[in-house]
Design a protein around this ligand. Structure first.
Ligand SMILES: NC(=O)c1ccc[n+]([C@@H]2O[C@H](COP(=O)([O-])OP(=O)(O)OC[C@H]3O[C@@H](n4cnc5c(N)ncnc54)[C@H](O)[C@@H]3O)[C@@H](O)[C@H]2O)c1
Length: 374
């Protein structure tokens, strides 16, 4: 077997657990270091997974300066995505960066410049890309069955699903998360449809965002893991609901909304309308990388409306979990010098839409989306 790839993990909070579990199911890597700014956290994390020879750090700069790493998983909160990624790439280390890409488009562009300088692999952590049913959506669009796609409605969300507890407020505070539901789950639903249609360039956006539920202590009153609802509500400084009308190159309209909390079961299924047929993708309660049930294709046949069901596809157990596929595709690209499995050149457009929604919501009007030169 080739030499084992030497892996480090930056940010050892919640999602780092999914990363390390997937790494440890493999035999072609070794975990050599972990880093978290909270003293003792990386050490405890590495111990928990019996990585007793791995070194722990509180500074990612020190870790990347001292260790010889092939790759890092960056699992820090959103506002700390760009800086460690740039530092790692500049050290010649391949990066698997958690979603959302960054908070602003300019940060994403800075990361891409570092990626270009380094020639290393940068993949963004969108594991739903590896779900068979998600992939089927792209296959349907690419088959031409829908004709020319001209309108998409997407998004979804939760009735009450703000990710917060007494111990963890990193998703709801502006200085750590930067963006709320929009960045947390909005990026997934944007990726689902934009990837299906080949990521056309976004041109303009008229967006809005609200935070009625996040800032209301009543939202947390009956949550088992919150003892002081007033404290949590006072910390809430991001969006819990957001949406936009986005114009994409090719005359396509994207109608999008996403929610962490709302008084309705769903803001609607995802629909992709084409000149030959339309596709309905049932929404899920929570963005977990799957579609909510069999999809339906609607079209005319000899003057009559007909409907066709696309059955839910089952995974092959030997393909592993979505996480195995996400980590595996990243490592394979490193070993074989291949393309990034979830490339920044696509995801910067996702980020630019999110950034545009934030700017438009603050300005109270439509704004242009400009993708910077890299
Ligand atoms: N792909 C997925 O399914 C998925 C699921 C959950 C979260 N995420 C993403 O993962 C990221 C982290 O989420 P989480 O739930 O693990 O959050 P978390 O708050 O539990 O963990 C983040 C950790 O990063 C550490 N950290 C922050 N800045 C750092 C720095 N400069 N250097 C070292 N450590 C630093 C924090 O101390 C914390 O321990 C978020 O961007 C989130 O959107 C992805």
């Amino acid at each position: 077997m080739d030499k084992k790839l030497r892996i480090g993990i930056i940010g050892t909070g919640g999602i780092a657990h999914a990363h390390i579990r997937a790494y440890l199911r493999r035999t072609d890597i070794e975990i050599v270091a972990g880093c978290d700014i909270v003293p003792g956290k990386a050490e405890a994390f590495l111990k928990k997974f019996e990585q007793n020879d791995a070194r722990s750090y509180i500074s990612y700069q020190e870790m990347l300066d001292k260790e010889e790493l092939d790759a890092v998983s960056i699992c820090t909160y959103n506002c700390q995505h760009a800086a460690p990624t740039i530092y790692a790439l500049d050290k010649g280390v391949n990066v698997l960066l958690e979603k959302p890409f960054t908070v602003t488009t300019e940060e994403a562009a800075e990361v891409m410049r570092a990626e270009k300088r380094s020639g290393k692999i940068l993949s963004i952590g969108f594991q739903p890309r590896f779900d068979k049913n998600m992939q089927q959506i792209k296959k349907i669009v690419e088959s031409g069955e829908l004709g020319q796609v001209y309108y998409i409605q997407t998004g979804g969300g939760r009735r009450r699903g703000i990710p917060v507890s007494d111990e963890k407020t990193t998703f709801i505070e502006k200085e750590t998360a930067g963006i709320g539901a929009l960045g947390d789950i909005g990026c997934y639903s944007l990726d689902m449809v934009l990837n299906a249609i080949g990521y056309p360039k976004p041109l303009t956006v008229s967006g809005f965002k609200t935070s009625f539920f996040g800032t209301d202590p009543e939202t947390y009153r009956y949550k088992d893991n919150v003892t002081d609802p007033e404290r949590i509500a006072s910390k809430f400084s991001v969006d819990d609901f957001a949406g936009a009308l986005i114009r994409l190159e090719g005359g396509i309209i994207l109608d999008f909304r996403i929610s962490w909390a709302m008084n309705i079961n769903t803001p609607g299924d995802t629909i992709i309308l084409g000149t030959k047929a339309g596709l309905r993708i049932p929404s899920t309660d929570c963005w977990n990388g799957t579609v909510g049930g069999p999809m339906t294709i609607y079209r005319q046949c000899a003057g009559q409306p007909v409907e066709m069901q696309v059955p839910i596809l089952k995974d092959n157990p030997e393909d592993g979990t979505l996480w195995d596929r996400k980590i595996g595709s990243f490592l394979e690209a490193i070993r074989n010098g291949g393309e990034s499995p979830v490339p920044s050149s696509q995801i910067i457009k996702n980020q630019a839409i999110i950034d545009g929604i934030m700017r438009s919501a603050e300005a109270g009007r439509e704004v242009e989306i400009v993708i910077p030169e890299i």
